[in-house]
Every structure is written in C-alpha cells, then in structure tokens.
Design a protein around this ligand. Sequence first.
Ligand code: NAG
Ligand code: NAG
Ligand code: NAG
Ligand code: NAG
Length: 357
Amino acid sequence: MSTMAAGATLSLLVLLLITSSSSSGAASSPGGSCSVPPDGGSTLRIIHAFGPCSPLRPAAPLPSWADFLSACGSPACSQVPAPSCSPANSCSFNMSYGGSSLLAGLVQDSLSLAADVVPSYTFGCLQRVTGSSAPPQGLLGLGRGPLSFLSQTQNLYGGTFSYCLPSFKSLNFSGTLRLGPKGQPQRIKTTPLLANPHRPSLYYVNMTGVRVGRRVLPIPPSALAFDPATGAGTVVDAGTMFTRLAPPAYAALRDEFRRRVRAPLAPPLGGFDTCYNVSIAPAPAVTFLFDGAAVTLPEDNVLIHSTAGTITCLAMAAAPDGLNAVLNVIANMQQQNHRVLFDVPNARVGFAREMCT
Ligand SMILES: *[C@@H]1O[C@H](CO)[C@@H](O)[C@H](O)[C@H]1NC(C)=O
Ligand SMILES: *[C@@H]1O[C@H](CO)[C@@H](O)[C@H](O)[C@H]1NC(C)=O
Ligand SMILES: *[C@@H]1O[C@H](CO)[C@@H](O)[C@H](O)[C@H]1NC(C)=O
Ligand SMILES: *[C@@H]1O[C@H](CO)[C@@H](O)[C@H](O)[C@H]1NC(C)=O
C-alpha cells in the first residue's frame, strides 16, 4: 500500500521507526522505513501520507478505490466516533487528536508489513486536518479498541507488541516496534494489565506509589486508585508527550523533588512548574511503583532542558481539571529508551531499560 509513506518527511520530534528485523517479527515497509508514532489511546489507524489521503492536498477527493470504502451502515462504520454519510454512501467521521481535529473517510485496503499481509485492513483516510498535533506520517492505533491495528491483526500478532521509543533528542529515530509474541524480552519486570470498561481502549496498570530518592511519597490512595466505574487509575500511553499525575500525586512529587534539589526555582516554562536555571545534577531519582514492578527513571526521562537556554524542568505535570483529573498517564518522555511490552493475552505490561537512543 503506497500510503505507508516511505520517505515521508520526519517532522515530529518523537517518532517510532518500524525497522525490519526478520526474526523478531518487527515490521517494515518494502520501500524502507515507515514511521508512525504509536498512540496507545486512539483506536483507529490514520493514514496521512503524501498519497491520496494527504491533507496536504486539501479538498482531494477520496481515492479512486471506491470499492474499498467502508459503506455507511457497515459494522466498521458503527464503531467510529460520530460517523456521517457523504453523498457517495461512504463513511466519514471527525475525531480529535491532541489539539488537532481530523476529518477522515473510513476505507479498507490490504496492509503489508514485512512478510505479513493484513487483508481488508480498515483505517481512516485523512481528508482534512486542523491544528498541528497530528503528525504527517499518520498514526498507528495500538490501543485495544475494536478497530485498532492490534484488534485487526489479532490472528497475526495475538495482541502482543513491544516498542522502544528513542529519545526525542535523537537524530537517528532508531526506535523499534515488535509485533507478536515471538522475540519479546523474557527477562522484563511486569505488572498486571487491567481492563477498564469505562475506557476500553487504554492500557491500565496498577500504580501503587511513587518514590523520589528512597522516600515513598505521601500520596492519598484515591489519587492512584483504579476505578472501573469512573475510569480513574493509571494508563501507559505513548500518545501523550509528558507524564501527568492526579493533582495530589503530582503535588507530592513536585514538593519532594523541590525539597531535594534545594536550588532557587526559575519561572515556569511550557506547562512545567518546577524549573531551574542552574545545574541540578544529579537530579533526584523518580521511581514509579507498579504492582509487582518498580521502575526507576534515568535522569533523561525526568528532566527536560530548554532548547534555547539553560533552563531545566521536571518533565511532568498535574493532570488537567475535569474528566481526566483522576487519570495518571505514564507518557512518552518517561518511556523513552525503555522496552515497553504489552502482552494482552497474559494481561501484563513490562518495562526494561533498553538504549534505542
Ligand atoms: C466534521 O466537523 C466539521 C467542522 O466542525 C463539520 O463541518 C463537518 O460536517 C463534520 N463532518 C463529519 C463527517 O462529522
Ligand atoms: C546515530 O547512528 C550512528 C550509526 O549507528 C551513530 O554513530 C551515531 O552516534 C548515532 N547518533 C545519535 C545522535 O544517536
Ligand atoms: C538564566 O541564567 C542566565 C545566566 O545567569 C541568565 O542570562 C538568563 O537570563 C537566565 N534565564 C532566566 C529565564 O532566568
Ligand atoms: C493494586 O495493587 C495493590 C497492592 O498490591 C493491591 O492491594 C490492589 O488490590 C491492586 N488493585 C488492583 C485493581 O489490582
């Protein structure tokens, strides 16, 4: 399928490069690299290449593969958010991604990944994009929803995958995605994967505490508790850039971090409220305590440095008010240079340090 965009411009800072590696089950597109950031939260794959689906060609008609269009009233169409029917009886829908709003037509085509073929793969073909959150390479839906890439490749990959995200400072984009149970790390710390009917496409885990240095923070249990009725709890999501914690959990982390650093605070920067204009090395270690697995983050996953100057910030924040205030998100920046394993059949999520740079 040509829309896999070999050679698409790499304009995002963090990309997941799908590299070819025959024995591990990793995927590649024939023309070289196919780069798409993983997005644990969304349930659809959105193709966004320099092909017929490109919003870079505004007002382009849907591709001439009309036969492949998913008709209104089809089972797939009933699973997209707020579907509507265009005159040609094709199924289109609006969805938001980050700050972007996407208008896409639901289409089907066969998808090739290395030697694997997924016939009749259903995905969103982008027609219009507003905002700049959606990357031009498209998105691969690695969530658990019915139309996600994982659900559609269930018989090929069995709902198991892992990735290693490169640092967003990396020039090499050498991250990897491994699909299927073969070649996954055997020695890896794991924590149970929880299912939350309130948000079925997300990967919930049981975070029981956070440590700064050796101190377990005094976080009220309600800020971390998993609650299938409300959607509260902790998710692992590579589609979110920076970790955010329920306000009481973040406040405890921030206070202890500041207490240990003991340097004057610089003004907040870009949504981060714990910033310094002096070197704070070595920074206090931050450890996420998951049920059965303690993951201590290296400094690169904790601190973000301003590109222009000398400012260093704690790269986490409090969850925004509203619906998501009870949701803790272990995000992309905090996962970088780790292999993160999602093993749905065995209901576990694993973390292991791995330098994919
Ligand atoms: C998508 O949203 C735009 C703008 O809000 C609206 O004009 C359009 O009709 C919507 N399309 C669909 C398919 O829902
Ligand atoms: C990029 O990859 C090359 C060759 O593998 C290596 O020599 C170089 O150090 C890497 N650069 C970064 C920034 O990781
Ligand atoms: C950070 O410190 C440098 C050198 O002391 C100074 O020039 C700069 O203005 C400071 N930046 C901020 C944002 O305070
Ligand atoms: C989370 O882990 C704690 C500590 O092991 C346990 O008491 C609690 O029941 C777990 N919660 C869920 C939803 O698994």
